[in-house]
Design a protein around this ligand. Structure first.
Ligand SMILES: NCCCC[C@H](NC(=O)[C@@H](N)CCCCN)C(=O)O
Length: 463
């Protein structure tokens, strides 16, 4: 009887260790991504940042990824150069961007300087911190696609969706920790210092970089344990620029990319306004208002791997995405109903949103390799991220504009400051609309899967 060749992938200990190592790098990346959001008030009080400075700084996440197409370049580099080179490059970029950001927030040498770049005017500190964040964002997004490819490399035909779910759960732990620790760290030792949480993030990222270097040794070992390819096979497998055309002419890929931008636009941008929604609609005090939305990342930590495991064993990936989209619609529609304004309702809806936000990603990301061949996977993920980033950048701005133009209901004095009050019905209906469109694309994906036989409804584990 022919003996089946064992590779390092066949060792459960090796592949779960590889996952833990790269997931830790992502945890560090997500920690830095979200560590500044809870500091809005302190940045205003200590550094004089206005809301528009804060919004401008946050938009920096998309400056290079979206407008300069750095994400797409990163995807091509990934498919051409491989996971070791690209992952190392991405983590070094994350560290460099964070050094710039830390310097900008901690220095006094920029005090009092206001710059005008194109049609934007902001304090020099905001520009430089934004530049650092924009550079970091290239690193963290390219690291994200690299890690997706790494997980596929180790887990194809095995617990792929569970592994991706665990990686997302670990990353969301980074988000949860950032939300929970940023303010206490900034206020520690009796002296408020907003640069302190960023310094901690920088230290974490350096450990994340070391962790990735450790992964590189494992990856080398994995390659050595696999059957060596002939030159002809390597030429056949090599990524060509014409592969981009193959990806963007694939209907199934488009359905996933559009579902992704619509679905994530209904969640991440919603989270940016969720605290304000709790205050304005549910009458929650400012001190406690952030607690309810912060339940969302923590809720997804358990559920994303749980649904991933379900997809691995039972299949039904397209159905999982449909159910997740339905839940998002129900939650946002109920948030928009004016007479449902008890805070208990808000908690229930956030928890259900957490279920929806676990269902769709747990099935969507592991479905991409069923539609796109491995050699094009980096570029395919990068292009999906690129489409998604337009939504992550544009939707918060859209909602802010709608609130400002159509939803102001009056003014109140909070902590000595006069602030507007808002009616959130219209923004919540817009988020519901994104959910409805996401549902349509989830159905289209299911139909396409039936036509093309991608196997989205089949289990990922090959027996
Ligand atoms: N292996 C799955 C990777 C995708 C995870 C996904 N990340 C993204 O979509 C990023 N482009 C944006 C992350 C923004 C974080 N604030 C996720 O669900 O996190």
């Amino acid at each position: 009887m022919e003996k089946i060749r064992q590779t390092l992938r066949d060792s459960a200990a090796a592949r779960w260790t590889a996952l833990a190592v790269v997931a830790f790098t992502m945890l560090c990346g997500y920690y830095l991504t979200d560590v500044v959001a809870p500091l809005k008030g302190l940045l205003e009080g200590k550094l004089g940042w206005g809301s528009s400075d804060f919004g401008f700084f946050n938009s920096a996440y998309g400056w290079f990824n979206v407008f300069l197409g750095m994400l797409i370049v990163g995807g091509i580099i990934l498919d051409k150069m491989g996971v070791r080179f690209t992952g190392l490059m991405a983590t070094i970029i994350m560290v460099c961007g964070t050094i710039i950001k830390f310097w900008a927030i901690s220095t006094h040498s920029l005090d009092g300087q206001v710059w005008k770049v194109l049609w934007f005017e902001a304090p020099a500190q905001v520009f430089i911190a934004g530049l650092g964040f924009a550079i970091f964002a290239v690193g963290v997004e390219v690291a994200g696609i690299t890690v997706s490819k790494i997980i596929y490399k180790w887990f194809k035909g095995k617990e792929l969706a569970l592994a991706m779910g665990l990686e997302m759960a670990t990353a969301r732990l980074g988000t949860g920790l950032a939300i929970a620790t940023a303010v206490p760290i900034a206020k520690a030792f009796g002296v408020v210092d907003v640069s302190r949480p960023i310094l901690l993030a920088l230290i974490l990222l350096c450990i994340g970089l070391l962790s990735f270097v450790m992964y590189m040794f494992m990856d080398k070992k994995l390659d050595a344990s696999e059957v060596q390819k002939t030159q002809a096979e390597m030429d056949e497998d090599a990524f060509k620029i014409s592969d981009i055309f193959k990806i963007i002419t694939n209907k199934g890929w488009w359905y996933i990319a559009i579902l992704c931008v619509l679905f994530y636009s209904a969640v991440f941008p919603f989270l940016k306004y969720a605290t304000d929604l709790m205050i304005n609609k549910f009458g929650v005090s400012e001190e406690l208002a952030g607690t309810i939305p912060s339940m969302l990342p923590f809720g997804t930590i358990l559920l994303t791997p749980f649904f991933g495991n379900l997809y691995d064993r039972k299949g039904k990936g397209a159905t999982i995405m449909i159910i997740g989209s339905l839940l998002i619609i129900a939650v946002h529609a109920l948030f928009s109903v004016p007479f449902l304004h008890h805070w208990i309702m808000a908690i229930i809806l956030i928890l259900v949103l957490g279920v929806g936000f676990s269902l769709v990603p747990s099935a969507m990301w592991p479905s991409v390799p069923k539609i796109i061949p491995e050699k094009q996977l980096g570029t395919a993920y990068a292009l999906i991220f690129w489409v998604q980033n337009w939504g992550l950048m544009g939707v918060p701005a859209l909602i802010g504009w709608v609130l400002e133009k159509y939803c102001i209901t009056g003014q109140v004095v909070r902590d000595g400051l006069t602030v507007n009050t808002y009616n959130y019905t219209l923004p919540m209906l817009i988020f519901t609309g994104f959910g409805v469109l996401a549902l349509i694309f989830a159905f289209l994906l299911k139909i396409e899967d039936k036509k093309k036989g991608y196997g989205l409804q089949l289990p990922n584990i090959v027996k």
